[in-house]
Ligand binder design. Structure first.
Ligand SMILES: Nc1ncnc2c1ncn2[C@@H]1O[C@H](COP(=O)(O)OP(=O)(O)O)[C@@H](O)[C@H]1O
Ligand SMILES: Cc1ncc(COP(=O)(O)O)c(N)n1
Length: 275
């Protein structure tokens, strides 16, 4: 890696006024991991730790124009998508990614917030599969999202592997099916399944007993994106992102009255870069 280069990462996602998920989580994560963060906002959510109280999508052109503006001037080493809300936004975002020929693309297929609010219209799932997944280097569904993308129920580990194979057929090079939602049997572990198109790797972490997991998926995918922007290999970027999110969940901030955000500076503090 060239020490003097500025690594540039773009997030295309929704704004979370509470600062724990969405654009805010992504920019904090980029900054923590040494990438210059940029954003193209798709929607404004009215949100705090108690839930989503409002969703105001921007006109689809606004997303496309923000991407065009940063792409033509500043440049993008890697990007991620989060909340995209509508099929129209997905189409215009995909069009921009294709036009610039960007390859380091992480798609976090955000569908429903932990509190149940719809962050992607149901009829947009098909557009996500057809337009965006073929452009993705890495896609990071949680279990319900993987079920929607693979069109099957996931109960066992073999189901998860089958879902990964099916999602792979939609075009992404690599898939991580996150296990935060897999709380069967009160396991002390949380397992993310990584599929690179030929083999499976299980990423295992200690399951933290906490309600402060707002924005975990956003933060994890942003950490992968920062790694890719810095020129780290996808498999290593995924391992580093797992360590980043594990620290962020373990060292909870305990703010707000509901499902609080993760601690974005925990990883840097643990690595001795922050006192
Ligand atoms: N309670 C927990 N303890 C440790 N890691 C967790 C916990 N909940 C989620 N994670 C991790 O956070 C990341 C995001 O997972 P998940 O919560 O499934 O995604 P999403 O936020 O998209 O629903 C994954 O790496 C997952 O393993
Ligand atoms: C703007 C925005 N984007 C994404 C999420 C998903 O976050 P979570 O990890 O809590 O499901 C969210 N709640 N808000």
């Amino acid at each position: 890696m060239n020490e003097h280069r500025v690594y540039k990462a773009l997030t295309i996602a929704g704004s979370d006024s509470g600062g724990g998920a969405g654009i805010q989580a992504d920019l904090k994560t980029f900054q923590e991991l040494g990438a210059y963060g940029m954003s193209a906002i798709t929607a404004i959510t009215v949100q705090n730790t108690l839930g989503v109280q409002g969703v105001y999508p921007l006109p689809a052109e606004a997303s496309a124009e923000q991407i065009h503006a940063v792409g033509t001037d500043i440049g993008v080493d890697a990007l991620k998508t989060g909340m995209l809300f509508s099929a129209e936004i997905i189409r215009l975002v995909a069009e921009q990614i294709r036009a610039f020929g960007w390859e380091k693309v992480v798609v976090d297929p955000v569908m429903i917030a932990k509190g149940g609010a719809e962050l992607l219209q149901m009829e947009a799932i098909q557009a996500l599969k057809e337009e965006l997944l073929p452009l993705a280097m890495v896609v990071t569904p949680n279990i319900p999202e993987a079920e929607a993308l693979a069109d099957m129920k996931i109960r066992t580990m073999e189901d998860r592997r089958e879902a990964a194979r099916r999602i792979h057929q939609s075009g992404p090079k690599m898939i991580v099916i996150k296990g935060g939602h897999d709380e069967e049997g009160g396991s002390s572990q949380v397992l993310d399944l990584f599929y690179d198109g030929s083999s499976f790797t299980e990423l295992i972490g200690k399951r933290v007993k906490t309600t402060h997991t707002h924005g975990t998926g956003c933060t994890f995918s942003a950490a992968i994106t920062a790694g890719l922007a810095k020129g780290i290999s996808p498999s290593q970027a995924i391992l580093d992102a797992k360590a980043f999110i594990q620290a962020a969940i373990e060292d909870e901030l305990g703010i707000g009255h509901g499902h609080g955000p993760t601690n974005h500076w925990a990883y840097r503090r643990r690595n001795g870069m922050l006192v």
